[in-house]
Design a protein around this ligand. Structure first.
Ligand code: AMP
Length: 224
């Protein structure tokens, strides 16, 4: 069977990070999140991180040329040569074209683009309650998954914070950017027969089952 080159996309707060953890255990595929990579660069204070931070803090997209280069380098690493799951990339038509070009040059292609769909008001509700452990990045939610002690990580006792770009006005801008710049990808992938939609308002377990079912179907289609 040939490789699985999957794109996972959707509005901020669709639960892609939660699904990432689950899918990582199911499939031996590298899970590549450009958001995580950028946050790593910001933390380490690299040149890319310094350049990217102002866009991220404002909920804007980092310019295509920076992101495309970063993603291309990551996809060329040995663990991604037999397949990958991309989260948060591509996010513009320009990025999608750059990805297609890179894969086509080596005889590869995107297998499917899985959209985890969640309406705006649910996005705002989910993100505004999100909290993160300053030390190890464990995730909590003040309503859905609260820590035992408010503001303190259950696992290592560190302080919980809200990501700057999870603050209300930034979330609204991230949603606007999603609708303006990323949603056009739905038609782009649809035209190529690659779009698969998933209802992201279901429980994490149901969304996970659905994604796995989609991937199983893709594998079967590939085998026949
Ligand atoms: P995420 O964790 O995927 O929501 O990404 C956090 C932030 O990183 C986004 O709001 C953007 O500023 C930036 N970012 C991540 N991926 C991309 C991308 N493919 N293109 C442009 N900016 C990105």
């Amino acid at each position: 069977m040939s490789e699985l080159n999957l794109i996972l996309f959707g509005p901020p707060g669709a639960g892609k990070g939660t699904q990432a953890d689950r899918l990582r255990n199911d499939f031996r595929l590298p899970f590549i999140s450009t958001g995580d990579m950028l946050r790593g660069n910001v933390k380490e204070g690299t040149e890319l991180g310094q350049e990217a931070q102002k866009y991220m803090d404002a909920g804007e997209l980092v310019p295509d040329e920076l992101i495309v280069k970063m993603a291309a380098e990551r996809l060329n690493e040995s663990d991604a040569l037999d397949g990958f799951i991309l989260d948060g990339f591509p996010r513009t038509i320009e990025q999608a074209k750059a990805l297609d070009k890179q894969l086509t040059e080596v005889g590869r292609r995107v297998t499917a683009a899985i959209l985890v769909d969640v309406p705006d008001q649910e996005v705002v509700r989910r993100i505004s309650g999100r909290r993160l452990c300053v030390k190890s990045g464990h995730n909590y939610h003040v309503d859905f998954d609260p820590p035992k002690r408010e503001g303190v990580c259950d696992q290592d006792g560190s302080r919980l914070i809200q990501r700057d770009d999870d603050k209300d006005e930034v979330v609204r801008n991230r949603l606007k950017v999603y609708h303006d710049q990323t949603e056009p990808l739905i038609d782009y992938f649809d035209d190529q027969g690659l779009m698969r939609r998933i209802d992201g308002t279901r429980s994490p377990a149901e969304v996970h089952d659905h994604i796995r079912a989609v991937i199983a179907t893709l594998r079967m289609e590939d085998d026949v």
